[in-house]
Design a binder for this molecule. Structure first.
Ligand code: PMV
Length: 353
């Protein structure tokens, strides 16, 4: 049996007239990056991430029985028709797996804890919250057992935005098949079962170096990997980084953790700089921050490292025990590189609720 088939709901039409549900789903930050995919959102390599906590989306979803499916999207109570095409496309993609949706009018009212266009991507948390709401409806209709809900939400979230698959559970999650990741799958994310205690409360301070939406969408970025001259080497590097990171995260080996995480961030951006067309998403301030982090680590021996998403902002990762000193380092030396002095202190979290 095709593994996808297990996710096809047997519920086609439903008698339930109205169902309202609210879910909160966090953003996540990849340690080993997903950059490059095959059709139907199958990743070219496995990825591992920290599920965040403070940066999250809350979505209230109202399903009302209707002759034909319809979608309305609100952001903090305000109608946002411009968000609708992406949601409609997502619903189209998951129709096979959730046929009951075509008999509902769906109204989504969503809000993020982080400012809109602060440079923090909301697609992972937004799609994860929506997927949770849809699975909650499926459960209400008797179409899915409670134990299977999180996996299906991750499966659906993936079809909306690959990294959304990793925003359902926490604190450490992987997505994509890999021999050293138990029960790993290309179709959904799984919880990394035995991280060292250190990683259950890891901190992530997000420095907003540049506000505003991304110059290059991740859809285009993934696409450019298809003919990238270094793609084979990159996918192999990521798979090998997973092996080393799994070992480091089980043992609590921070030195190894830091080397892999920083290398991954720079490899991601190196792929962007060497694609055709090439592009650069880092800003001068991104490099200033990186240099300061390296100097600080060399001087103080604090296990502080950075990672980057597909943008200019810098995520600073460190164990909870070093929170106080890192917060003063940020306030005294890094805040000046943030747009309007803006940053967010976040930490690992348990996933969607
Ligand atoms: O989920 P997408 O399609 O927006 O891609 C996410 C890509 C990165 O954020 C750059 C890396 C990752 O693994 O999250």
């Amino acid at each position: 049996m095709d593994h996808n088939e297990a996710f096809i709901s047997a519920v086609h039409s439903a008698t339930l007239e109205r169902f309202e549900t609210t879910h909160k789903a966090p953003s996540n930050i990849a340690l080993v990056k997903y950059w490059g995919k095959y059709d139907s959102q199958i990743p070219a390599n496995a990825s591992i991430s920290f599920t965040l906590s403070e940066a999250h989306t809350t979505s209230r979803i109202l399903f009302e029985k209707a002759a034909k499916s319809e979608v309305h999207v609100f952001y903090e109570g305000e109608s946002k028709p411009e968000f609708e095409p992406k949601i409609v496309q997502f619903l189209e993609r998951i129709r096979l797996y959730c046929p009951f949706l075509s008999t509902y009018k769906i109204t989504i009212d969503t809000a993020n804890t982080f400012p809109h266009s602060s440079g923090i991507a909301s697609s992972a948390s937004g799609m994860a919250a929506l997927a949770m709401g849809i699975v909650a409806l499926e459960q209400k209709l008797g179409g899915i057992a409670k134990e299977a809900m999180l996996q299906k939400a991750s499966f659906l979230g993936r079809l909306g935005s690959g990294s959304a698959a990793r925003s359902i559970e926490g604190p450490v999650v992987s997505w994509g098949e890999h021999a050293e990741l138990e029960n790993s799958s290309d179709l959904y994310a799984t919880k990394f079962e035995r991280p060292h205690e250190l990683f259950k409360t890891y901190q992530d301070s997000i420095l907003i170096v540049h506000k505003g939406t991304k110059k290059v969408s991740s859809t285009l970025g993934h696409d450019l990997m298809k003919n990238h001259p270094f793609k084979e080497a990159r996918f192999e590097q990521a798979q090998s980084h997973i092996s080393s990171l799994v070992a480091a995260m089980k043992k609590g080996n921070l030195e190894a953790f830091i080397k892999i995480v920083e290398s991954e961030a720079l490899s991601l951006h190196a792929m962007m700089m060497t694609s055709n067309p090439y592009f650069v998403l880092m800003e001068p301030q991104t490099l200033e921050v990186i240099q300061k982090v390296w100097d600080y680590r060399a001087q103080t021996k604090t296990p502080l490292c950075f990672t980057l998403d597909a943008g200019a902002n810098v995520h600073l990762l460190y164990p909870e025990a070093h929170k106080k000193e890192v917060h003063s380092f940020i306030e005294n030396q890094l805040k000046q590189h943030c747009e309007d002095g803006f940053y967010i202190h976040d930490r690992c979290g348990e996933g969607a609720v």
